[in-house]
Design a protein around this ligand. Structure first.
Ligand SMILES: Cc1cc2nc3c(=O)[nH]c(=O)nc-3n(C[C@H](O)[C@H](O)[C@H](O)COP(=O)(O)OP(=O)(O)OC[C@H]3O[C@@H](n4cnc5c(N)ncnc54)[C@H](O)[C@@H]3O)c2cc1C
Length: 309
Protein backbone atom coordinates (compact mmCIF):
# COMPACT_ATOMS: atom_id res chain seq x y z
CA UNK A 1 0.00 0.00 0.00
CA UNK A 2 2.86 2.37 0.85
CA UNK A 3 4.40 1.37 -2.49
CA UNK A 4 1.23 2.42 -4.35
CA UNK A 5 1.06 5.69 -2.41
CA UNK A 6 4.68 6.60 -3.21
CA UNK A 7 4.21 5.68 -6.89
CA UNK A 8 1.11 7.88 -7.03
CA UNK A 9 3.11 10.73 -5.47
CA UNK A 10 5.79 10.24 -8.15
CA UNK A 11 3.27 11.61 -10.74
CA UNK A 12 1.90 14.45 -8.59
CA UNK A 13 3.01 17.95 -9.61
CA UNK A 14 1.92 19.35 -6.25
CA UNK A 15 3.90 16.79 -4.26
CA UNK A 16 6.86 17.39 -6.53
CA UNK A 17 6.72 21.16 -5.99
CA UNK A 18 6.53 20.74 -2.22
CA UNK A 19 9.11 17.97 -1.81
CA UNK A 20 11.76 19.35 -4.16
CA UNK A 21 11.77 22.65 -2.26
CA UNK A 22 13.25 20.95 0.80
CA UNK A 23 17.04 20.97 0.82
CA UNK A 24 16.74 17.76 2.88
CA UNK A 25 15.04 15.98 -0.04
CA UNK A 26 17.92 16.95 -2.32
CA UNK A 27 20.46 15.71 0.17
CA UNK A 28 18.61 12.40 0.58
CA UNK A 29 18.37 12.00 -3.19
CA UNK A 30 22.17 12.32 -3.35
CA UNK A 31 22.36 8.74 -2.11
CA UNK A 32 20.82 7.66 -5.44
CA UNK A 33 21.66 10.60 -7.74
CA UNK A 34 25.29 11.70 -7.41
CA UNK A 35 24.89 15.15 -8.97
CA UNK A 36 23.17 17.43 -11.44
CA UNK A 37 25.87 18.17 -14.02
CA UNK A 38 27.74 16.33 -16.77
CA UNK A 39 30.90 16.90 -14.74
CA UNK A 40 29.32 15.01 -11.82
CA UNK A 41 28.46 12.12 -14.15
CA UNK A 42 31.99 11.98 -15.59
CA UNK A 43 33.53 12.05 -12.09
CA UNK A 44 31.39 9.07 -11.02
CA UNK A 45 32.06 7.13 -14.25
CA UNK A 46 35.79 7.45 -13.64
CA UNK A 47 35.49 6.46 -9.97
CA UNK A 48 33.41 3.39 -10.78
CA UNK A 49 35.62 2.39 -13.72
CA UNK A 50 38.54 2.60 -11.29
CA UNK A 51 36.83 -0.02 -9.10
CA UNK A 52 36.38 -2.42 -12.02
CA UNK A 53 32.73 -1.48 -12.58
CA UNK A 54 31.10 -0.71 -15.93
CA UNK A 55 28.59 2.13 -16.12
CA UNK A 56 25.47 3.27 -17.91
CA UNK A 57 24.54 6.93 -17.43
CA UNK A 58 21.02 8.34 -17.40
CA UNK A 59 20.40 12.06 -17.80
CA UNK A 60 17.22 12.21 -15.73
CA UNK A 61 14.02 13.36 -17.41
CA UNK A 62 10.71 11.93 -18.57
CA UNK A 63 7.34 12.92 -20.05
CA UNK A 64 8.41 16.17 -21.70
CA UNK A 65 5.51 18.23 -23.05
CA UNK A 66 7.06 20.32 -25.84
CA UNK A 67 9.14 19.55 -28.94
CA UNK A 68 11.77 22.01 -27.74
CA UNK A 69 12.24 20.09 -24.48
CA UNK A 70 12.48 16.80 -26.38
CA UNK A 71 15.10 18.22 -28.75
CA UNK A 72 17.02 19.65 -25.79
CA UNK A 73 17.03 16.23 -24.11
CA UNK A 74 18.67 14.76 -27.22
CA UNK A 75 21.17 17.66 -27.35
CA UNK A 76 22.06 17.00 -23.72
CA UNK A 77 22.76 13.34 -24.46
CA UNK A 78 24.93 14.26 -27.46
CA UNK A 79 26.92 16.57 -25.16
CA UNK A 80 27.15 13.84 -22.54
CA UNK A 81 28.49 11.35 -25.11
CA UNK A 82 31.05 13.90 -26.34
CA UNK A 83 32.24 14.51 -22.78
CA UNK A 84 32.42 10.79 -21.96
CA UNK A 85 34.59 10.20 -25.05
CA UNK A 86 36.83 13.17 -24.17
CA UNK A 87 37.23 12.03 -20.56
CA UNK A 88 38.65 8.60 -21.40
CA UNK A 89 36.00 7.02 -19.15
CA UNK A 90 33.86 4.13 -20.35
CA UNK A 91 30.09 4.24 -20.14
CA UNK A 92 26.95 3.29 -21.98
CA UNK A 93 23.90 5.55 -21.80
CA UNK A 94 20.31 4.82 -20.70
CA UNK A 95 17.38 6.99 -21.70
CA UNK A 96 13.60 7.13 -21.62
CA UNK A 97 11.61 7.68 -24.81
CA UNK A 98 9.09 9.98 -23.07
CA UNK A 99 12.07 12.26 -22.45
CA UNK A 100 12.61 12.34 -26.24
CA UNK A 101 8.99 13.23 -27.02
CA UNK A 102 7.12 9.92 -27.19
CA UNK A 103 3.99 11.64 -25.83
CA UNK A 104 4.20 14.11 -28.74
CA UNK A 105 4.41 11.48 -31.49
CA UNK A 106 6.59 8.61 -32.64
CA UNK A 107 8.24 10.49 -35.50
CA UNK A 108 9.41 13.37 -33.27
CA UNK A 109 10.76 10.87 -30.76
CA UNK A 110 12.50 8.75 -33.40
CA UNK A 111 14.22 11.76 -34.97
CA UNK A 112 15.65 12.72 -31.57
CA UNK A 113 16.64 9.14 -30.83
CA UNK A 114 18.47 8.81 -34.15
CA UNK A 115 20.65 11.82 -33.35
CA UNK A 116 21.76 10.18 -30.13
CA UNK A 117 22.21 6.75 -31.73
CA UNK A 118 24.39 8.31 -34.45
CA UNK A 119 26.61 10.03 -31.91
CA UNK A 120 26.80 6.90 -29.74
CA UNK A 121 27.72 4.78 -32.75
CA UNK A 122 30.45 7.24 -33.73
CA UNK A 123 32.11 6.70 -30.34
CA UNK A 124 31.17 2.97 -30.18
CA UNK A 125 28.79 3.28 -27.30
CA UNK A 126 25.65 1.36 -26.51
CA UNK A 127 22.24 2.96 -25.92
CA UNK A 128 19.76 1.29 -23.58
CA UNK A 129 16.15 2.35 -23.78
CA UNK A 130 14.68 2.17 -20.27
CA UNK A 131 11.19 0.71 -20.03
CA UNK A 132 8.45 2.93 -18.59
CA UNK A 133 4.86 2.08 -17.68
CA UNK A 134 2.63 -0.15 -19.84
CA UNK A 135 1.18 2.96 -21.51
CA UNK A 136 4.44 2.93 -23.46
CA UNK A 137 5.53 -0.72 -23.77
CA UNK A 138 4.30 -1.36 -27.32
CA UNK A 139 5.50 1.98 -28.67
CA UNK A 140 8.89 1.65 -26.97
CA UNK A 141 9.50 -1.83 -28.37
CA UNK A 142 8.30 -0.74 -31.82
CA UNK A 143 10.77 2.18 -31.92
CA UNK A 144 13.62 -0.04 -30.75
CA UNK A 145 12.80 -2.49 -33.55
CA UNK A 146 12.58 0.37 -36.06
CA UNK A 147 16.04 1.56 -34.97
CA UNK A 148 17.45 -1.96 -35.27
CA UNK A 149 15.86 -2.30 -38.74
CA UNK A 150 17.41 1.04 -39.70
CA UNK A 151 20.82 -0.50 -38.99
CA UNK A 152 21.51 0.58 -35.41
CA UNK A 153 23.06 -2.39 -33.63
CA UNK A 154 23.94 -0.27 -30.61
CA UNK A 155 20.42 -0.21 -29.15
CA UNK A 156 18.91 -2.44 -26.47
CA UNK A 157 15.63 -2.92 -24.65
CA UNK A 158 14.46 -3.45 -21.07
CA UNK A 159 11.98 -6.15 -20.11
CA UNK A 160 10.06 -6.13 -16.83
CA UNK A 161 9.50 -9.52 -15.14
CA UNK A 162 6.23 -8.35 -13.53
CA UNK A 163 4.46 -8.21 -16.94
CA UNK A 164 2.63 -11.28 -18.26
CA UNK A 165 3.77 -10.46 -21.79
CA UNK A 166 7.50 -10.50 -21.03
CA UNK A 167 8.32 -14.06 -22.04
CA UNK A 168 6.89 -13.46 -25.52
CA UNK A 169 8.71 -10.10 -25.77
CA UNK A 170 12.03 -11.73 -24.84
CA UNK A 171 11.51 -14.35 -27.48
CA UNK A 172 10.86 -11.85 -30.25
CA UNK A 173 13.67 -9.48 -29.16
CA UNK A 174 16.14 -12.38 -29.05
CA UNK A 175 15.02 -13.50 -32.52
CA UNK A 176 15.61 -9.97 -33.78
CA UNK A 177 19.10 -9.94 -32.20
CA UNK A 178 18.23 -7.15 -29.75
CA UNK A 179 19.91 -7.13 -26.35
CA UNK A 180 17.75 -7.19 -23.24
CA UNK A 181 18.15 -5.83 -19.72
CA UNK A 182 15.87 -7.80 -17.38
CA UNK A 183 14.45 -6.02 -14.31
CA UNK A 184 11.50 -6.71 -12.01
CA UNK A 185 9.61 -3.51 -12.95
CA UNK A 186 9.22 -0.23 -11.07
CA UNK A 187 5.81 1.20 -12.03
CA UNK A 188 2.28 0.90 -10.73
CA UNK A 189 0.47 -1.55 -13.02
CA UNK A 190 -3.02 -3.07 -12.97
CA UNK A 191 -3.40 -6.82 -12.29
CA UNK A 192 -4.59 -7.35 -15.90
CA UNK A 193 -1.05 -6.56 -17.05
CA UNK A 194 1.26 -7.37 -14.17
CA UNK A 195 1.73 -10.13 -11.62
CA UNK A 196 0.40 -8.69 -8.36
CA UNK A 197 2.45 -10.84 -5.96
CA UNK A 198 6.15 -10.28 -5.38
CA UNK A 199 6.84 -13.99 -5.05
CA UNK A 200 5.42 -14.55 -8.55
CA UNK A 201 7.45 -11.68 -9.98
CA UNK A 202 10.58 -13.22 -8.43
CA UNK A 203 9.78 -16.66 -9.86
CA UNK A 204 9.16 -15.14 -13.30
CA UNK A 205 12.41 -13.16 -13.06
CA UNK A 206 14.37 -16.37 -12.52
CA UNK A 207 12.63 -18.14 -15.39
CA UNK A 208 13.21 -15.23 -17.78
CA UNK A 209 16.84 -14.86 -16.67
CA UNK A 210 17.41 -18.54 -17.48
CA UNK A 211 15.88 -18.00 -20.92
CA UNK A 212 18.12 -15.01 -21.61
CA UNK A 213 21.25 -16.77 -20.38
CA UNK A 214 20.51 -19.88 -22.47
CA UNK A 215 20.01 -17.67 -25.55
CA UNK A 216 23.26 -15.81 -24.83
CA UNK A 217 25.16 -19.08 -24.76
CA UNK A 218 23.96 -19.75 -28.33
CA UNK A 219 24.42 -16.15 -29.51
CA UNK A 220 26.94 -14.06 -27.49
CA UNK A 221 25.76 -10.87 -29.26
CA UNK A 222 22.60 -11.03 -27.14
CA UNK A 223 24.68 -10.31 -24.00
CA UNK A 224 21.85 -9.86 -21.44
CA UNK A 225 21.97 -7.52 -18.45
CA UNK A 226 20.46 -8.95 -15.27
CA UNK A 227 19.39 -5.84 -13.38
CA UNK A 228 18.67 -6.66 -9.75
CA UNK A 229 19.97 -6.20 -6.21
CA UNK A 230 18.18 -9.34 -5.06
CA UNK A 231 20.65 -11.96 -3.84
CA UNK A 232 18.17 -14.74 -4.62
CA UNK A 233 17.98 -13.67 -8.28
CA UNK A 234 21.76 -13.37 -8.45
CA UNK A 235 22.30 -16.78 -6.84
CA UNK A 236 19.84 -18.38 -9.29
CA UNK A 237 21.72 -16.86 -12.24
CA UNK A 238 25.08 -18.02 -10.89
CA UNK A 239 23.79 -21.57 -10.41
CA UNK A 240 22.34 -21.62 -13.94
CA UNK A 241 25.50 -20.37 -15.65
CA UNK A 242 27.70 -22.80 -13.72
CA UNK A 243 25.43 -25.75 -14.57
CA UNK A 244 25.07 -24.81 -18.23
CA UNK A 245 28.57 -23.64 -19.10
CA UNK A 246 27.60 -20.01 -19.80
CA UNK A 247 30.84 -17.99 -19.51
CA UNK A 248 30.89 -14.85 -17.29
CA UNK A 249 31.76 -12.86 -20.44
CA UNK A 250 28.33 -13.72 -21.95
CA UNK A 251 26.27 -11.54 -19.60
CA UNK A 252 26.46 -8.88 -16.91
CA UNK A 253 24.80 -8.01 -13.63
CA UNK A 254 23.45 -4.47 -13.34
CA UNK A 255 22.65 -2.42 -10.24
CA UNK A 256 21.63 1.13 -9.41
CA UNK A 257 24.08 3.72 -8.11
CA UNK A 258 24.04 3.84 -4.31
CA UNK A 259 22.36 0.46 -3.74
CA UNK A 260 24.19 -2.64 -2.41
CA UNK A 261 27.67 -1.30 -3.08
CA UNK A 262 29.37 -4.16 -1.25
CA UNK A 263 27.47 -6.70 -3.39
CA UNK A 264 28.57 -4.86 -6.55
CA UNK A 265 32.21 -5.14 -5.50
CA UNK A 266 32.00 -8.75 -4.38
CA UNK A 267 30.58 -9.79 -7.77
CA UNK A 268 33.49 -8.03 -9.49
CA UNK A 269 35.92 -9.83 -7.16
CA UNK A 270 34.30 -13.16 -8.15
CA UNK A 271 34.99 -12.40 -11.82
CA UNK A 272 31.52 -11.31 -12.96
CA UNK A 273 30.87 -8.24 -15.08
CA UNK A 274 28.87 -5.59 -13.27
CA UNK A 275 27.37 -2.37 -14.68
CA UNK A 276 26.15 0.48 -12.49
CA UNK A 277 23.27 2.68 -13.59
CA UNK A 278 24.21 6.26 -12.75
CA UNK A 279 21.45 8.88 -13.00
CA UNK A 280 22.29 12.58 -12.88
CA UNK A 281 20.46 15.85 -13.44
CA UNK A 282 17.92 18.19 -11.91
CA UNK A 283 14.87 16.00 -12.67
CA UNK A 284 15.50 13.58 -9.81
CA UNK A 285 12.06 13.69 -8.14
CA UNK A 286 10.21 10.77 -9.90
CA UNK A 287 13.38 8.66 -9.83
CA UNK A 288 13.75 9.21 -6.08
CA UNK A 289 10.08 8.35 -5.45
CA UNK A 290 10.44 5.05 -7.36
CA UNK A 291 13.50 4.18 -5.27
CA UNK A 292 11.57 4.93 -2.06
CA UNK A 293 8.63 2.85 -3.34
CA UNK A 294 10.88 -0.15 -4.02
CA UNK A 295 12.06 -0.17 -0.48
CA UNK A 296 9.87 1.80 1.90
CA UNK A 297 12.57 1.19 4.55
CA UNK A 298 14.38 3.97 2.68
CA UNK A 299 11.85 6.31 4.24
CA UNK A 300 13.58 5.67 7.58
CA UNK A 301 16.79 6.84 5.96
CA UNK A 302 14.87 9.99 4.97
CA UNK A 303 13.41 10.36 8.49
CA UNK A 304 16.69 9.75 10.30
CA UNK A 305 18.36 12.47 8.20
CA UNK A 306 15.51 14.79 9.10
CA UNK A 307 15.84 14.22 12.84
CA UNK A 308 19.63 14.40 12.75
CA UNK A 309 19.34 18.03 11.53
C1 LIG B 1 20.33 -1.24 -13.64
C2 LIG B 1 18.86 -1.14 -13.40
C3 LIG B 1 18.05 -0.62 -14.38
C4 LIG B 1 16.66 -0.57 -14.21
N1 LIG B 1 15.87 -0.13 -15.24
C5 LIG B 1 14.52 -0.19 -15.10
C6 LIG B 1 13.66 0.11 -16.20
O1 LIG B 1 14.09 0.48 -17.29
N2 LIG B 1 12.33 0.02 -15.99
C7 LIG B 1 11.78 -0.39 -14.79
O2 LIG B 1 10.56 -0.50 -14.68
N3 LIG B 1 12.59 -0.66 -13.74
C8 LIG B 1 13.93 -0.58 -13.86
N4 LIG B 1 14.73 -0.90 -12.80
C9 LIG B 1 14.14 -1.05 -11.43
C10 LIG B 1 13.68 -2.47 -11.18
O3 LIG B 1 12.54 -2.74 -11.99
C11 LIG B 1 13.32 -2.70 -9.70
O4 LIG B 1 12.29 -1.84 -9.33
C12 LIG B 1 14.48 -2.50 -8.75
O5 LIG B 1 15.68 -2.97 -9.29
C13 LIG B 1 14.22 -3.27 -7.42
O6 LIG B 1 14.14 -4.64 -7.68
P1 LIG B 1 15.27 -5.70 -7.24
O7 LIG B 1 15.45 -6.63 -8.38
O8 LIG B 1 16.49 -5.01 -6.80
O9 LIG B 1 14.58 -6.58 -6.11
P2 LIG B 1 13.81 -6.23 -4.76
O10 LIG B 1 13.19 -7.50 -4.34
O11 LIG B 1 12.98 -5.01 -4.90
O12 LIG B 1 15.00 -5.88 -3.78
C14 LIG B 1 15.95 -6.82 -3.36
C15 LIG B 1 16.89 -6.16 -2.37
O13 LIG B 1 17.64 -5.14 -3.04
C16 LIG B 1 17.78 -3.99 -2.21
N5 LIG B 1 17.05 -2.87 -2.85
C17 LIG B 1 16.20 -2.94 -3.91
N6 LIG B 1 15.74 -1.72 -4.22
C18 LIG B 1 16.27 -0.87 -3.33
C19 LIG B 1 16.17 0.53 -3.13
N7 LIG B 1 15.43 1.30 -3.92
N8 LIG B 1 16.88 1.06 -2.10
C20 LIG B 1 17.64 0.30 -1.30
N9 LIG B 1 17.78 -1.04 -1.45
C21 LIG B 1 17.11 -1.61 -2.44
C22 LIG B 1 17.20 -4.38 -0.89
O14 LIG B 1 18.24 -4.92 -0.10
C23 LIG B 1 16.18 -5.43 -1.24
O15 LIG B 1 15.89 -6.28 -0.16
C24 LIG B 1 16.11 -1.00 -12.98
C25 LIG B 1 16.93 -1.55 -12.00
C26 LIG B 1 18.27 -1.64 -12.19
C27 LIG B 1 19.12 -2.27 -11.14
Amino acid sequence: MLREFLLTLSHSKTARNVITQFPLARSVSARFVPGETVADAIRVIRELNGHGLNVTVDHLGENVTTEAEAARAADDYVTLLTEIAASGGHSHISLKLTQFGLDLGESICFANLRRVLDKARAIQTFVRIDMESTDYTDRTLALIRAAKDAGYDNIGAVIQAYLYRSEADIESLSNAGIRVRLCKGAYQEPPEWALPLKKDVDANYIQLAHKLLAAAKQNPALYPGLATHDEKMIAAAKTFVAANGVPPSAFEFQMLYGIRRELQQSLVAEGYQVRIYVPYGAEWYPYLMRRLAERPANLWFFASNFFRR
